[in-house]
Design a protein around this ligand. Structure first.
Ligand SMILES: Cc1cc2nc3c(=O)[nH]c(=O)nc-3n(C[C@H](O)[C@H](O)[C@H](O)COP(=O)(O)O)c2cc1C
Length: 191
């Protein structure tokens, strides 16, 4: 696929199916993720792959995170089924460290760029993918169950699989609405 076409046409795909992608496809996803821009080469990320029955265990964590909330069987089943929406879920974890020059925000941004690279690599290989977060990306029970440490943050759950059904249309965004040419300015006297 032409690189610009890939960048211009990627869309998120919510309806995903098929089998766990094979190892060569997975390697391409992660090689792309590891090429994210990274101030100081801190590699401020790690990735968990969740497929097969591990997805059920993740669903159990989502249910456990509800604590004492009383859920109907239907609500419980809905929550559990969330993790079965794709054959593969990649949890992108930002690994944040104290650094004298590189703020943690930049490390987080770098991990987010890795997530986006991974989405693009999925698209480039004919797969669909979508980045999701929600409460379950921040809940202590889920974080603990996934082994996410205090200095780490879940950047997102990337659902990856074969595209099922139609994908949504590209949004018709005008470049001009978002891009302004700054003409330059001189500091005001006295400041
Ligand atoms: C950090 C982040 C978190 C997101 N979380 C969710 C989510 O929990 N649920 C959801 O439906 N979409 C979520 N989205 C939005 C989708 O990933 C997607 O970008 C959106 O549906 C627009 O589709 P598009 O990527 O094709 O433009 C999230 C996006 C980002 C960047």
């Amino acid at each position: 696929m032409d690189a610009l076409a890939l960048l211009h046409e990627r869309v998120s795909v919510a309806r995903l199916g098929g089998d766990m992608p094979d190892q060569a496809v997975l390697d391409n996803l992660f090689k792309a993720a590891l090429r994210a821009p990274d101030h100081g080469m801190l590699r401020p990320w790690r990735f968990l792959t969740i497929g097969g029955d591990a997805r059920l265990a993740l669903g159990d964590l989502f249910v456990a995170a509800q604590g004492d909330a009383v859920l109907s069987d239907l609500e419980m089943a809905r929550l559990r089924s969330k993790t079965l929406r794709a054959p593969l879920i990649v949890v992108v974890v930002a690994v944040l460290t104290e650094h004298p020059k590189i703020p943690q925000l930049e490390q987080l941004l770098s991990a987010a760029a890795a997530a986006q690279n991974l989405l693009l690599a999925a698209h480039a290989q004919g797969l669909g993918a979508i980045w999701r977060t929600g409460d379950m990306a921040y809940h202590e029970v889920v974080r603990a169950g996934l082994g996410v440490a205090a200095h780490e943050q879940i950047v997102g759950y990337l659902y990856v699989g074969q595209v099922e059904g139609k994908t949504h249309l590209l949004p018709n965004l005008s470049v001009a609405a978002y891009v302004t040419d700054w003409p330059g300015a001189r500091p005001v006297e006295g400041n």
